[in-house]
Design a protein around this ligand. Structure first.
Ligand SMILES: [Zn+2]
Length: 465
């Protein structure tokens, strides 16, 4: 991991059985273990999405090319990564179809059909789907031709209501990512250069990976009336006047699994936070051929399944092999039970996060295990937070900026004048990009780190995935 982080990442996704490669470049097969992690993220977030008043819908995969071209900024932003369907069977299509890179235009067309009056607002829809973006360089979970995500699309009567929705969903993302994935996030607004193509503004949560690179982990966009004007989404207000709706869109993707790997993983493999771990406890019987061991192990599995997601490996593989396997898969707790333990009425619990081993009386397990899982969850979050703090530095000029990036790669806090020229210059000189203008602004200096002109915002910069 310290020597070759990229190779370490590739090894972990393969060896922990998260993905396999398919015959199409940049497409990944998400294997059962990887998919179970996604399902757990999905189920928590889906509940939050519904609790905040949204409904799930499903839009088609294919979009007429002309529809995508209706919103000018949007098509410019997505054109380079669009996949086209030109034939249906052996017939060439009169108009090519785009495989959705995102569904703004489909929602736009649909909303124009179903929204007529202020009584139809707000419209709060979400869809769980796959999208396709023709990326040049790809990596499992982080950047692939096809990925899974959810995309929320909402319509509101006023600009302010849409702004409130944009902020609300960013908070939902931050809460889920911090409390379930144990990944600390930085909340803020993207610069004009980095915002979503066609948006009025974009809010983001940014997290920091083990190697000091940032990962955009969820975004929420205020679309203003841009798409609504292009698609004619209008409503009659209470005074009978025709108005255009304000829209939002927001999404998180399977990239979050990449974040999970790169924030918590170590040289023994994956580390999955208990709250989203498909299996929280793995029982490994020791000397299982001895009388009574397997019976007791299965009895414990049944008993503990009431308080945690428990599995057992009773295969004839050696315990040492099993230890390595479940450490590689990042299962939070291993429970060892052998003849001597049964005699003493105890088991051995091994924590994946600290490697600590604890002897626990069998009659205390039902309370001990949930408490231990919570402790591991909190420890992972605190560890990641501390790492982020250690890897966050301040720069007042470009020399400091460059030195920091080499000596302590991570987030760099620096003041910025607001010009795109400075952002471009920094990117060319250092490969770091502006990650966000944090909601919690600080006034570190009067001058822009790049040009020395008057500073307008504090920006977090980093090299990013
Ligand atoms: Zn500047």
């Amino acid at each position: 991991m310290e020597d070759d982080f990229a190779q370490w990442y590739t090894d972990v996704v393969k060896k922990a059985d998260l993905v396999d490669y398919s015959s199409v470049r940049g497409s990944m097969i998400i294997r059962p273990y990887g998919y179970a992690i996604w399902e757990n993220i999905q189920s928590v977030l889906d509940r939050r999405i519904k609790e905040t008043g949204h409904e799930n819908v499903y839009m088609p995969l294919l979009i007429p090319q002309s529809l995508l071209q209706k919103e000018k900024d949007h098509i410019e932003g997505f054109a380079p990564e669009v996949a086209l369907v030109t034939h249906g069977g052996s017939e060439e299509l009169a108009e090519p179809l785009v495989v959705r890179p995102t569904s703004e235009v489909l929602f736009g067309e649909h909303y124009a059909n179903i929204i007529h009056s202020y009584r139809d607002l707000p419209k709060l829809y979400n869809q769980w789907a796959n999208v396709v973006r023709w990326e040049k360089t790809t990596r499992p979970f982080l950047r692939s031709l096809e990925f899974l995500w959810q995309e929320g699309h909402t319509c509101h009567a006023t600009e302010e209501e849409a702004a409130e929705e944009t902020r609300k969903m960013l908070e939902v993302y931050a809460e889920v990512v911090e409390n379930y994935l144990a990944v600390p996030v930085l909340k803020g607004q993207k610069t004009e250069k980095e915002k979503f193509a066609g948006a009025k503004f974009t809010l983001t949560i940014e997290s920091l990976m083990h190697d000091g690179k940032a990962l955009q982990s969820g975004t929420s966009h205020h679309l203003g009336t841009g798409f609504a004007e292009a698609f004619g989404i209008q409503f009659t207000d209470k005074d009978g006047k025709l108005q255009t709706v304000n829209q939002t869109s927001w999404g998180i993707t399977t990239r979050l699994i990449g974040a999970l790997i790169m924030v918590h993983g170590d040289n023994r493999g994956l580390v999955v936070p208990p709250r989203i771990a498909p299996k929280q406890v793995m029982i490994v019987p020791i000397a299982q051929h001895k009388e009574g061991v397997l019976d007791k192990a299965y009895e414990l599995k049944d008993q503990l399944s009431k308080v945690a997601r428990v599995d057992i490996d009773a295969s004839d593989k050696m315990p040492g092999w099993k230890f390595n396997e479940y450490e590689m898969k990042g299962i939070p707790v291993r429970l060892e039970i052998g003849p001597k333990d049964i005699e003493k009425g105890q088991v051995v619990l091994a924590r994946r996060d600290t490697s600590e081993k604890i002897i626990v009386p069998i009659n205390e397990l039902e309370t001990k295990i949930p408490a231990l899982l919570e402790e591991i969850q909190n420890n992972l979050f605190e560890k990641a937070k501390k790492h982020r703090e250690e890897k966050t530095s301040i720069a007042y000029n470009m020399d400091e900026f460059k030195t920091n990036l080499v000596e302590n790669p991570g987030f760099i806090k620096a003041m910025w004048c607001g010009s795109e020229a400075c952002e471009n210059f920094i990117k060319e000189e250092t490969a770091a990009t502006s990650r966000c203008m944090p909601f919690e602004q600080e006034h570190l200096a009067d001058k822009c780190v790049c040009c020395g002109e008057e500073a307008k915002h504090l920006v977090y910069w980093a090299k990013a995935y």
